[in-house]
Design a protein around this ligand. Structure first.
Ligand SMILES: *[C@@H]1O[C@H](CO)[C@@H](O)[C@H](O)[C@H]1NC(C)=O
Ligand SMILES: *[C@@H]1O[C@H](CO)[C@@H](O)[C@H](O)[C@H]1NC(C)=O
Ligand SMILES: *[C@@H]1O[C@H](CO)[C@@H](O)[C@H](O)[C@H]1NC(C)=O
Ligand SMILES: *[C@@H]1O[C@H](CO)[C@@H](O)[C@H](O)[C@H]1NC(C)=O
Ligand SMILES: *[C@@H]1O[C@H](CO)[C@@H](O)[C@H](O)[C@H]1NC(C)=O
Ligand SMILES: *[C@@H]1O[C@H](CO)[C@@H](O)[C@H](O)[C@H]1NC(C)=O
Length: 677
């Protein structure tokens, strides 16, 4: 029956997205970060480069015709085998270029990957200390460079005197763009001036799979813009040697210019660790009064300072107005008490600084904040949302949810609206989300974050209780729609709390009913939800079942480490083990056998029962609580009758309906089993 399984574009998209989020376990990982270079080890410098007492890495010092390099002292392995593909890598750095003049500067600087740390034959000036006039562009250089170029050299086809370029083996760029960034909200392009003496950041992301190199530039205070400045599709395995050095190169010509690196982080097959912006050293002041080198304008000092003052004041006023601008409509008056001012949220998160970033979820970025007056710790989620449709209804719901108080539900304190953006304010959960404990994927915590058996059981009970409250006890039936380990947060007493409330709902509003827009997460979607797009309490129960299994088994709902197709879904894998009489083997090995066998089996069976493909066979949350408390025994259940229901569902509802969910693989399992009998 393979033709019964029709992967939808949606499914493919999900799978692709999933493939990208998976860490490559087998590949070599290398990460390092320098937030300032004071006492930095593993950095080698040559030429004019030096680490200053302030922690700045000075690449050039203002003298003429200099070249300077700073490299990570050991070469890194960029691919596993000689002809293998180059790994993904991520680079982030903060830099500043100071020129003695406002309108010209010496050459720029470049981040590079190169086979050797010997640049003795490279030339300064326009060759940027990377190559010379004979070997520019020669494929035997094996150099990848990202240049921040402040001089237009026609010989290299430079587009202007202020650009970011991607270069292979020399100074001619394969792609380049004038310096600047695309604003996340408006999509508009803003110019930046590389030699402005302002600190800026660059991100370089190479996706080894897609062979795509993205370079993004932004002022240092800004989070990484989503849209890269310049990209190129380059199979770097054709360029790089297996082992390459990573570092920076810079050169001056005939103009007094200094190039500085303030911070640098790198990750191979892993994100570049965050640079601590607060710890970055300061750029020195430009030497002497800056003046245009070509035009000498003499203005009375008084006039100049008057004009300056006026424009600074006007600029600040406009900037302040733009920075804190909000969207407010009349109907919102009644919700005033739940409305936060953007300014407060901006202050609370110190301008949505990177170091306050708690995580990036499906709907947006979450920042930690401290409210200025009340000193209340909050989590602010920024959701980009353009549709005005359904906004009123959604806000009404936010406010209604805000009144909801239950010890297993994260409190939603209020909201704020800006153009194209909604900010939701939640109470802050100090222990973060459950997935990092269960899957142990958090790099900062490694192995010391574990939940023992009784804590897991406690969390599951808590979530069951929260969900029961939403479904049956709150003033109206409320569906969560996106239950999963990463949406469960732990408070300071390690109680599980349901978070991300109602967001899935926002995306349901204003959607054309003709197109089934499924909200939720692949692996947690009940078959009928995938089919009809209609969320009900029992679709929540389905996701809860998957959640119980993931917490008990310590595995993600879609298991990627397995090669066999029929082990893709956690639900099916547990079911199969049950069939084979090895149900207990599915319990998380990280628990090292330290658990109650009866409880574990009960939880696994309960998980399977809740994730029953046939919706009428799933219990409601009240029953789930009774089973969990041991007040009632689980109904008689065997892997065979779960399979039986799959069969009957197939007969009732047809194969075509079985897309995008565990029933696809359940069918495979069932046919395997019947064959075996
Ligand atoms: C320096 O390199 C060595 C060997 O690669 C590594 O073990 C060490 O952690 C590195 N130190 C820093 C500060 O990166
Ligand atoms: C800059 O560095 C070069 C080479 O290290 C040195 O000769 C020169 O004196 C330095 N210039 C200044 C202004 O420090
Ligand atoms: C790698 O590729 C080159 C050319 O593409 C080929 O000549 C060489 O034999 C290959 N090496 C290995 C180990 O496969
Ligand atoms: C590139 O460099 C290699 C080695 O230095 C040299 O043999 C070759 O002639 C160069 N190619 C060109 C086109 O200059
Ligand atoms: C941005 O830079 C480009 C190219 O240098 C220039 O054409 C454009 O006018 C600049 N825009 C602004 C707003 O300064
Ligand atoms: C150059 O980069 C821009 C910006 O990312 C991208 O839109 C364009 O397709 C790239 N051009 C080439 C030839 O890769």
């Amino acid at each position: 029956m393979p033709n019964a399984i029709k992967p939808t574009p949606m499914l493919l998209l999900h799978l692709i997205a999933l493939a990208f989020t998976l860490p490559a376990f087998t590949a070599s990982n290398e990460q390092f970060v320098y937030s300032g270079f004071t006492g930095a080890t593993n950095i080698t410098v040559d030429g004019s480069a030096a680490i200053m007492p302030s922690g700045l890495l000075e690449l050039t010092n203002g003298s003429y015709q200099l070249k300077g390099h700073a490299l990570y002292a050991t070469p890194l392995r960029f691919r596993r085998s000689p002809n293998g593909t180059v790994h993904s890598f991520f680079v982030s750095f903060a830099f500043g270029i100071i020129s003695a003049f406002t309108d010209v500067s010496g050459q720029g600087m470049a981040f590079f990957l190169a086979p050797s740390m010997d640049f003795s034959t490279a030339l300064p000036s326009q060759y940027m200390g990377l190559v010379n006039d004979r070997n520019n562009g020669n494929a035997s250089n094996h150099i990848l460079a990202v240049e921040l170029d402040t001089v237009q050299n026609n010989e290299f086809g430079d587009i202007d005197s202020n650009h970011v370029g991607i270069n292979i083996d020399g100074l001619n760029s394969v792609n380049s763009s004038s310096a600047g960034y695309y604003d996340d909200k408006s999509g508009s392009f803003y110019n930046l001036t590389l030699m402005s003496s302002e600190v800026m950041r660059v991100w370089i992301d190479y996706d080894g799979e897609a062979k795509r190199l993205d370079v993004t530039l932004a002022p240092v205070k800004m989070a990484k813009p989503v849209r890269p400045l310049v990209s190129s599709t380059q199979d770097l395995s054709q360029v790089l040697t297996d082992m390459s050095f990573v570092g920076f190169s810079s050169a001056t010509g005939m103009v007094n210019t200094r190039h500085y690196l303030l911070g640098w982080s790198f990750g191979m097959n892993a994100p570049a660790p965050p640079i601590d912006i607060a710890k970055l050293p300061r750029l020195p002041r430009a030497v002497g009064p800056k003046k245009g080198v070509l035009v000498i304008v003499v203005l009375p000092v008084a006039t100049a300072s008057f004009l300056l003052t006026v424009s600074v004041v006007a600029f600040l006023a406009v900037k302040r107005h733009v920075r804190y601008a909000e969207v407010r409509e009349d109907w919102e008056d009644e919700f005033g008490a739940h409305r936060f001012s953007y300014r407060d949220l901006y202050c609370a998160t110190e301008g949505f600084k990177d170091e306050h970033l708690l995580g990036v979820g499906g709907f947006g970025r979450v920042y930690k904040g401290l409210l200025p007056v009340s000193k209340l710790e909050i989590a602010v989620k920024r959701v980009s949302h353009d549709s005005k449709q359904g906004m009123k209804q959604f806000i009404a719901e936010v406010v209604s949810i805000g009144r909801l108080q239950h010890r297993n539900i994260v409190r939603l304190l209020g909201y704020c609206r800006r153009k194209g953006e909604l900010l939701l304010v939640y109470e802050y959960m100090p222990n973060g989300s459950l997935d990092k404990y269960v899957f142990g994927c958090d790099h900062n915590h490694n192995d010391n974050v574990k939940l023992n058996w009784s804590q897991r059981f406690h969390v599951i009970k808590g979530i069951a209780s929260g969900l029961h409250y939403l479904h049956d006890e709150w003033e109206k039936v409320t569906i969560h729609r996106d239950i999963k380990a990463s949406n469960v947060l732990l408070d300071n007493q390690m109680n599980g709390r349901l978070g991300d409330f109602g967001l899935a709902r926002l995306y349901d509003h204003g959607v054309d009913p003709q197109t089934t827009h499924v909200v939720g997460t692949l692996g947690y979607l009940a078959p009928e939800l995938a089919r009809t797009g209609k969320a009900t309490p029992v679709t929540d129960v389905y996701a809860f079942g998957v959640f119980v299994l993931e917490v008990t088994c310590g595995r993600r709902p879609i298991n990627q480490s397995s090669d066999e197709d029929n082990q893709l879904m956690l639900v099916d894998w547990v079911l199969e083990n049950w069939q084979k009489g090895s149900l207990i083997d599915t319990v998380d090995i990280k628990l090292q056998g330290d658990y109650d066998t009866d409880d574990a089996c009960r939880l696994l069976k309960l998980g399977l029962l809740c994730s029953h493909p046939f919706r009428n066979s799933r219990p409601n949350m009240r029953q789930v609580l009774e089973y969990l408390d041991g007040d009632k025994p689980l109904p008689e259940l065997s892997p065979a009758n779960l399979s039986f229901y799959v069969m009957s569902m197939m007969q009732n509802e047809g194969f075509d309906d079985c897309i995008m969910s565990s029933c696809v693989t359940s069918l495979a399992t069932v046919s395997d089993l019947s064959g075996a009998r």
